[in-house]
Write a protein that binds this ligand. Sequence first.
Ligand code: GLU
Length: 296
Amino acid sequence: MNQTVAPRHLVTRFAPSPTGRLHIGHGWSALQAFDLAREAGGRFLLRIEDTDVTRCRPEFVEGIYEDLHWLGLEWDEVVIQSQRLAVYNAALEQLKRLGVAYPCFCTRGDIAREVAASLHAPHGADGPLYPGTCRSLSADARASRIAAGDPHSWRLDMATALARTGPLTWRDERAGTVPVDPGALGDLIVKGRDRPASYHLAVVVDDAEQGVTHVVRGEDVFASTHAHRTLQALLGLPSPLYRHHPLIVDARGKRLAKRSLGLSLAELREGGMDGRTLADDLRAGRFPLGIGLADA
Ligand code: GLU
């Protein structure tokens, strides 16, 4: 990886969400981050991203520790996001003060109806973008709906944000210098209505606070980096170097999910597999059980 920091200051992290047991793809991702740090004499950190309170469970946090130990991975520090909600809230307040966040009262159903009714609904990397309904609400309307206790999320006003920051780029090991595309995620959520913090805001705040210099993660979140880079610029945070690695697919070419049967690290362990041998096989590009890289 093209290093822009002295190797011994290199810091990577693995940041799973405890919404199920880790699968072999998570293991491979964690190994890459671990090896990158260890080979440089740097630090490898663990972060438990448990802000999705309805889906995260404590036993899955224990499972993460157990699975990583089994693969032979040790971490220098662990951060638990649910213990840091005040920090994310402070970042949200900063966005509000900058005038780049607005409350959104739309339900998923409202958004789906609006998108269906529009002939030219803009689409981003993950499907239709938020149509911007609440962006144009007046300050009075916003204030009175909030005062009335109307449930709402907070969204980033991408156009206003980029007008403020000017054009931005981020650095990716494989894609090179990537210009921020405001249409990748559109006006993304920076505080969900049912979540104490959003993934996008928390990940940006924590990568900076933990001093992460190299973010190693799956290609499935590549598009999110457009949003992350924008948030970094707004909050005055450094931007790490990114490695978005290909995802692992099963024997039928299907992306692994936490519910994929037979490919969780726990199941492999219970089936008698040795964790360190598996780690060495993955390092050498030997993928067991018919799995492989998505774009190999
Ligand atoms: N918690 C996120 C996930 O499990 C992490 C993504 C990232 O590494 O930024 O997908």
